[in-house]
Structures are given as structure tokens and as C-alpha cells.
Ligand binder design. Structure first.
Ligand code: PLP
Length: 428
């Protein structure tokens, strides 16, 4: 038995399913989850001393690679002043200023502790501001585990076969309307059938949680104008895309201005941080400026703020990070495409910047039902073959991969080689 196997056996007796977040259990790909001991730069190291090249990067945050020195130093410097005050700090002001500077649509921002908290608060604010109850989300989009979002949810919810989770009341579910991603006509129909009832449309501007799915040309613009026409707020959930697809996220990359934005992952440099922000007149409904209540004992935690500030400052001061991420993404995806061509396969790769997914299907993937045409058993075998070759992928077809600048050209070549061999092994 490996140490990971021993730990998992014990974990299953103590933690539901042995993990603190479902996809980590490897249910969708089989085998025993790898227990991680440490990580540095582009590598993860497990409890059995094996090294893996990282293509998840903590599901997004480690865009500069693991234990990036300026972030590590910021945390070390901060801990000597204690870990939490539950009172305002200078760092929170600096963080807010930095976010407002970097994210085009954000005029005011509130810090929370996770992406889930950010999205839950954002829809409460939208409901409080508009006086309306319903929201529209897209099938296969994941916005954390708040009740309102576990309706046709992506990510771990679909991986575990529970896109509509038990435990969500019928009344809550009835207020969440869903449409297929990239389908403007379906969105307009919902708005027409629910006149003056829709508080907000929330979406991942580039989806990461049904695998990587890009907005078709005109889709984001169309959703923006439908929101304006029907008086709903537009919420961009940039928990994955924020500070990744550009310094100012997908909204900067696509030139669309949402009313509210939710953020997470990179914003905390690997610490538990989320945020939501947007137009000042909307954010001014948040307590204590306004009546919509939202709070947090550890919100704006000084250690987490220190990590996040170091991360965001580095990104702001080094635009070459984004050039390099584009370069790495293009090299890797070109290599994967060449590998597919060599093997005579016509599987679909969706790619933008440092996010991509190889879907085990010949169909174009522009929405959730197309993503679900993927051969999941084949993906499981491919995942295991990659793992055996020391490449750590997301353990589910319905996830995007996230690249970091720590990947050298040499590592990119190694991954391309592993991909070709793993496809052949999985298909044999
Ligand atoms: N929104 C999106 C787009 C996400 O990808 C996630 C998590 O993966 C969340 C929200 C929830 O964030 P957290 O897991 O930090 O609660």
C-alpha cells in the first residue's frame, strides 16, 4: 500500500468520501487520490515522494507557480503581526484600491473568504438592488455550492452526478432559471416569460466548469444588452477567469462591462479569499452603507490579504506574465493538436490563453449537452496514463486545465509527449 492509499483509507473513516471537496476523490477517473505533501514552481510532490507536473495549480490560484517567493515572503512578513483582528486594516484598503484599479467594471469591492461566498452575496445584492427574486444561470456553469446555484451545476456537481443537489428547497430552485450556454434566444425567452422578475443573469464569461467552453462571438454582448433591455443586472463570475485571461479578467479581454463581478482563486494567492464588486450605486446597498446584509469574521484576513496583494501586485507590474501564458498555452495546445492528428483522432480542444480542455468527443463543444457527449471512460484511462507519466490533470472531463508561468518550454515538450503516449495507451 502506498502512503496515499493508507491516508485515503483512514480519511474515508473520518471525512465524507475521504476528501474535503468532492472531485479530489478521483471518483470520475478511478484509482486512489494522490495525497500532496508539498509543491514548488511547476511541480507537486506526493506523500510517496513522487513528482508531478502541475496542470491544475490548485484549480487556478497558482498562476505564478507554487510557493512563488514574493507571495511566500509577504505571508512570512505578515504572520509576525498576528493572524486576525476582526477590525479594519490598511491592507484591506490597499487590496480594494488594487482591485478597483485592475478590474475595469469594479468601483467598489467587498472581500469575502471564497468564491462561493462571493457569488451568494452578489445575487443577494442583485435581488436587494432590483427588488426582484429570480436569477438566470447557464447549464453546466458552476458558481460555488450556494443553494441557488446547485441547479444544472457543472464542476464537481456534474462529476458526482448531482447537478441538482438534494437539500436545495423547491422554493429556492424555482427562483433559478437555466438556459444553455451560448443560446441568446433561450435567455430572451426566459426574460419574456418572467417579465420584471429576473434580478440578474450570472455566468462564467469563459466557462471552466463544464470543461473550457468559450463564448461564441456576440454572446456576451447579447447577454449584456438583454440585461439592459429587461432591467436585470449582469454578473460576471470571474472566480476562474479573473486575473487569468487578462490582468482585468475576461471583462477586459472581451471588452464587456458587467454590473457586478465575483472573484476568487488568484485574488488570494492560494489563501482562502473571494471578493465581489461592481458599480458603486449597486455596491452601496451592501451593509453598513445600505440594507443588504453580508459579513464575515475572517473577511479581509491580514495574512490572506498579504498573499493576495503580493500576487496581484506582481501581475499588475509584470504584464509579460500574460504574454508568456499565451505562449505556453498556444505551444501546449498546438502540440496536443499535432498529437491528435498523428493518431488520426478528431477530439475537440477548447482553448483560450492559459485555460484549455481536451474533450474526448468529435463534436464541437459550445454548451453543456455537447460537453456531455465526451467519452468519460476514455477520459478516465487517459487521466491515469498521464498521472503514471507524472502529469497531474484535473480528475474530471468537466474541468478546465490551468497553466502557470512556471512551465518551461522543456516541461511543455514533456507534457506533449506524455499526452501522445497516454492517448495511445487509453485507446489501446
Ligand atoms: N465560481 C466559479 C466560476 C468557480 O470556478 C468556483 C470554484 O471552482 C466558484 C465560483 C466557487 O469558489 P470556491 O470553491 O472558492 O467557493
Amino acid at each position: 500500500m502506498t502512503t496515499s492509499e493508507q491516508l485515503f483509507e483512514k480519511a474515508k473513516t473520518l471525512i465524507p468520501g475521504g476528501v474535503n471537496s468532492p472531485v479530489r476523490a478521483f471518483r470520475a477517473v478511478g484509482g486512489n487520490p494522490i495525497f500532496i505533501k508539498s509543491a514548488k514552481g511547476p511541480y507537486l510532490y506526493d506523500e510517496d515522494g513522487r513528482q508531478y507536473i502541475e496542470l491544475i495549480n490548485s484549480w487556478g490560484p497558482m498562476i505564478l507557480g507554487h510557493a512563488f517567493e514574493p507571495v511566500e515572503k509577504a505571508v512570512r512578513d505578515a504572520v509576525q503581526y498576528s493572524f486576525s483582528f476582526g477590525a479594519p486594516t490598511r491592507k484591506e484598503v490597499e487590496m480594494a484600491e488594487l482591485i478597483v484599479d485592475m478590474v475595469p467594471s469594479v468601483e467598489k469591492v467587498r472581500m469575502v473568504n471564497s468564491g462561493t461566498e462571493a457569488t451568494m452575496a452578489a445575487i443577494r445584492v442583485a435581488r436587494g438592488y432590483t427588488g426582484r427574486d429570480k436569477i438566470i444561470k447557464f447549464e453546466g456553469c458552476y458558481h460555488g455550492h450556494g443553494d441557488s446555484f446547485l441547479i444544472a451545476a457543472g464542476s464537481g456537481a456534474v462529476t458526482m452526478g448531482v447537478p441538482d443537489s438534494p437539500g436545495v428547497t423547491k422554493a429556492t430552485a424555482a427562483d433559478t432559471l437555466t438556459a444553455p450556454f451560448n443560446d441568446l434566444a433561450a435567455v430572451e425567452k426566459l426574460l419574456i416569460n418572467n417579465q420584471s422578475q429576473v434580478a440578474a443573469i450570472i455566468l462564467e464569461p469563459v466557462v471552466g466548469n463544464m470543461g473550457c467552453v468559450l463564448p461564441e462571438p456576440g454572446f456576451l454582448e447579447g447577454v449584456r444588452s438583454l440585461c439592459d433591455q429587461y432591467g436585470a443586472l449582469l454578473i460576471f463570475d470571474e472566480v476562474m477567469t479573473g486575473f487569468r485571461l487578462a490582468k482585468g479578467g475576461a471583462q477586459e479581454r472581451f471588452g464587456i462591462t458587467p454590473d457586478l463581478t465575483t472573484m476568487g482563486k488568484i485574488i488570494g494567492g492560494g489563501m482562502p479569499v473571494g471578493a465581489y464588486g461592481g458599480r458603486a450605486d449597486i455596491m452601496n446597498v451592501v451593509s453598513p452603507a445600505g440594507p443588504v446584509y453580508q459579513a464575515g469574521t475572517l473577511s479581509g484576513n491580514p495574512i490572506a490579504m498579504s498573499a493576495g496583494l503580493a500576487m496581484l501586485r506582481h501581475l499588475q507590474e509584470h504584464p509579460e506574465v500574460y504574454t508568456r501564458l499565451e505562449e505556453i498555452g498556444t505551444k501546449l495546445v498546438d502540440g496536443f493538436r499535432a498529437g491528435l492528428a498523428k493518431t488520426g483522432l478528431t477530439y475537440t480542444i477548447n482553448h483560450i490563453g492559459s485555460m484549455f480542455t481536451l474533450f474526448m468527443t468529435d463534436r464541437a463543444v459550445t454548451n453543456f449537452s455537447e460537453a456531455k457527449t465526451s467519452d468519460l471512460a476514455l477520459f478516465g484511462r487517459y487521466f491515469q496514463a498521464m498521472l503514471k507519466r507524472g502529469v497531474y490533470l484535473a480528475p474530471s472531463q468537466f474541468e478546465s486545465l490551468f497553466l502557470s508561468v512556471a512551465l518551461s518550454d522543456d516541461l511543455v515538450s514533456q507534457i506533449i509527449q506524455a499526452n501522445e503516449e497516454s492517448l495511445q495507451e487509453a485507446l489501446a
